[in-house]
Design a protein around this ligand. Structure first.
Ligand code: ATP
Length: 363
């Protein structure tokens, strides 16, 4: 078996050409505009980008959780069966409120959000909330579900799990609530866990503990982790692979080491320059990315990043949509100025990654 075949077999969630638009009377916000991603078993894919790049809309689209007026308008979200055999299910083709997608949510693909307090019910105990999917999907009795809830709390390293299981969220700290959310997400043994900025609302110490917890869980359970963040420091801590998102599209992706040591897209370089460095002089001001993200309802012509790109070339970047190119195995870049990029497409001729032509045609 070649390394590429093995890599393909490892894919548990395959997002292809995903587009999610928010349509109102006078505007169409192309929040997700042709995204291709693959989440592998036992591996963490970090999606990184500034606020408003479409990370949450993309993550919510996977489970058809986009709120109106948002809607998945194109693309496929293939969930591969356990063990790699059989036909994948296209989650994007399921009805957003139908029975099929509801049976996938929580059971096969679970999600953890940024604000645990907003996601937890304040009037039910922690144990009842963790146990609910177990009673619903696995037919456990109330007592069995409580026992399992204690085990799950212990697994996410909640001290005094026997006591915490009978408490209410408002009695717990933000970090503890996030652990409860993670325990809930793990309850049914999902094959994919989507975590949307799960540490952003937490203090730095708790953040580090939760990241450590995610890394351990991913290792121990073999689930695929799709981790959304705006913070390159978090990416460095937890990612195996990285997808850099800007204005609804993935502008660069690849293995984490390569993204950090050989960033090919000017946006990736700008994100990396804005990360504080250990040992850097305090007097040195951190560079920020110039300008602001354009209105996704009114995207620039040509390259989406060119209005903020320090390297943009007039007459090229404003007129031509960059094709996806492949500068190396597992690497994808969308930049007209990237030298050494071969025309895009999977190295094995696979169909999971768009070719440059498709990108050009899409706009
Ligand atoms: N309900 C909505 N109606 C209209 N536009 C929306 C809606 N929700 C999101 N958008 C737009 O979609 C785009 C992508 O938003 P999204 O929240 O996915 O970005 P993000 O990268 O996750 O940012 P953040 O880190 O702030 O959550 C933004 O321009 C946002 O304004």
């Amino acid at each position: 078996m070649t390394a590429e075949t093995r890599e393909r077999q490892d894919v548990v969630l395959d997002v292809q050409g995903l587009r999610t638009y928010f349509t109102t009377d006078d505007t169409v916000v192309r929040a997700v505009d042709g995204v291709d991603l693959a989440v592998r078993r036992g591996s963490t894919l970090c999606v990184v980008g500034e606020s408003g790049c479409g990370k949450s809309a993309m993550a919510r689209s996977v489970l058809q959780l986009v709120e109106r007026p948002g809607r998945v308008v194109d693309g496929r979200v293939l969930l591969h069966p356990a063990g790699g055999g059989g036909e994948p299910v296209d989650l994007a083709a399921l009805h957003p409120t139908g029975k099929e997608i509801r049976s996938v949510r929580g059971r096969e693909v679970a999600m953890v959000f940024q604000e645990p307090m907003a996601s937890l019910s304040l009037v039910h105990t922690v144990g009842d909330q963790i146990g609910e999917p177990l009673r619903l999907h696995h037919g456990l009795s109330r007592k069995e579900a409580r026992t399992r809830a204690v085990e799950l709390l212990e697994r996410v390293r909640v001290p005094g799990a026997e006591r915490v299981v009978d408490s209410y969220p408002f009695q717990l700290s933000g970090g503890m609530c996030q652990r409860v959310m993670i325990a809930m997400a793990l309850a049914c043994g999902p094959r994919v866990l989507i975590a949307d900025e799960p540490t952003t609302a937490l203090d730095v110490t708790t953040q580090a503990q939760i990241l450590d917890l995610f890394a351990g869980l991913r290792r121990d359970t073999g689930m695929g982790l799709l981790f959304i963040t705006h913070d390159m420091g978090v990416v460095a801590e937890i990612a195996d692979e990285v997808a850099v998102m800007y204005l609804g599209t993935v502008v660069e992706q690849g293995p984490v080491d390569e993204i950090f040591h050989d960033p090919r897209h000017p946006y990736t370089r700008a994100l990396l320059e804005a990360v504080p460095r250990i040992g850097a002089s305090r007097a040195r001001r951190l560079p920020t990315i110039r300008g602001t993200i354009p209105d996704p309802g009114n995207q620039p012509t040509g390259c989406v990043f060119r209005t903020r790109c320090p390297e943009a070339v007039e007459g090229l970047c404003d007129t031509t949509v960059p094709p996806v190119t492949a500068p190396g195995p597992g690497r994808r870049v969308r930049c007209l100025l990237d030298e050494g990029s071969a025309p895009g497409g999977a190295p094995d001729g696979g169909d999971a990654v768009p070719t440059g032509k498709e990108t050009v045609d899409a706009d």
